[in-house]
Design a protein. Structure first.
Length: 95
């Protein structure tokens, strides 16, 4: 019984840490282009409210997705910088 409780607590702590780590990243793989705006607006706004310094947006290799993301970021006055290590990811400074 105690072992099961310890496992449950540990699992919860790991999930909380993982959630906190991933909150600054959104993965747009598989998202239809017409749905990107709503998701990205919410994601950017939530991170601005939490005073995040930067976020990462996984666009994948699609040039159309990258164009859409860049347009939305421009509306916020933000600039997308391509990741040095992965061309399917853009990094965005929120400060």
């Amino acid at each position: 019984m105690k072992l099961r409780l310890c496992y449950t607590i540990l699992k919860s702590l790991v999930l909380i840490q993982l959630k906190n780590t991933l909150m600054n990243t959104i993965d747009l793989h598989g998202v239809k282009h017409e749905n990107v705006r709503g998701l990205l607006d919410t994601f950017i706004w939530d991170n601005m409210k939490r005073k995040s310094n930067a976020v990462s947006i996984i666009t994948g290799k699609s040039n159309e997705m990258k164009r859409i993301v860049s347009e939305i970021l421009a509306e916020y006055g933000l600039l997308a910088e391509a990741s040095i290590t992965n061309s399917g990811v853009v990094n965005v400074s929120l400060i």
